[in-house]
Design a protein. Structure first.
Length: 284
């Protein structure tokens, strides 16, 4: 009888602690998403877990309005939870400000607020028309990338090269990609003859690493990457750790110049000091 009581008490404590942990994680998600931070929850079930736990196992992108049933536990649940936090610009603030400025501009020129056109069907000005066209081919796919990620699942393979010292930055970034997204990553050796070898073969897709510190360097790095990545759905990792630009300004420059320089369908991962900032898709 006493043993049963002890077992029941232990079970109660485990369930109580597990419930407290998941409640704390959920509240943290609510607070962090309010200030524009990307909050990711990773639920891991044991090998002999029940069907319910196995169905909830995986990487989940937290959003208060979406399904959060992956937080739920049953009595005796042994699932473990971990979280990742990624810095993201609170775009809703930026969009509201841009919307206010646009409405004022439309009102000044007597244009239709809904379409931005005058009575002849022309846009408010040619520059804005081009700007709208450019924005339509840049998509923020951070959420999709994180949902499909399998952190630390995979390997980093380094091809033999006589110049490995110059590849230390590429190797460090390859390990960062594995830690955050997973996959089979090969750090490619340089091709002395062509001189245009990409830095990585990641899940059978070519990727290039570029460090950028200013608008000018962003422009030149994207131009260079475009020459090295000749296939659709290749990618560029842009590291702005040493950039003196404000984060929002750096992202704006990357989006604007990527539309201009990138010639194929390309993914762009922006990172700073080992923090994921954003993942973009350039659709041509």
């Amino acid at each position: 009888m006493r043993k049963n009581r002890i077992k029941g008490l232990i079970s109660f404590c485990k369930n109580f602690i597990g419930s407290a942990v998941t409640t704390t994680l959920k509240r943290s998600g609510e607070l962090l998403t309010r200030v524009g931070v990307t909050y990711v929850v990773v639920r891991q079930a044991e090998a002999d877990a029940c069907d319910y736990c196995k169905s909830k196992e995986g990487i989940h992108y937290y959003a208060k309005s979406s399904d959060t049933s992956y937080f739920r536990r049953h009595t005796g649940c042994q699932c473990t939870f971990s979280t990742k936090v990624y810095e993201v610009i609170p775009s809703n603030i930026k969009e509201k400000e841009e919307g206010r400025k646009r409405r004022e501009r439309l009102k000044t020129y007597g244009l239709n607020e809904q379409t931005g056109k005058d009575s002849t069907g022309n846009y408010e000005n040619d520059d804005n028309s081009k700007k709208q066209k450019s924005k339509s081919i840049v998509t923020d796919v951070t959420k999709e990338f994180l949902e499909k990620a399998k952190p630390n699942v995979g390997n980093v393979t380094i091809e033999e090269s006589g110049n490995n010292k110059k590849k230390q930055n590429e190797i460090a970034t390859a390990k960062w990609l594995l830690t955050n997204f997973g996959g089979e990553i090969i750090v490619l050796k340089e091709n002395a003859e062509k001189g245009t070898t990409p830095d990585y073969l990641w899940n059978n897709t070519y990727w290039e690493l570029k460090n950028a510190t200013s608008r000018t360097s962003i422009d030149s790095r994207l131009r260079s990457a475009s020459k090295q990545l000749i296939y659709n759905n290749s990618g560029v990792v842009i590291d702005i750790s040493e950039s003196k630009l404000e984060l929002e300004e750096a992202l704006k420059n990357i989006e604007e110049l990527a539309v201009k320089r990138i010639k194929k369908d390309t993914f762009i991962i922006v990172k700073k000091n080992d923090i994921l900032i954003k993942v973009l898709k350039i659709k041509k």
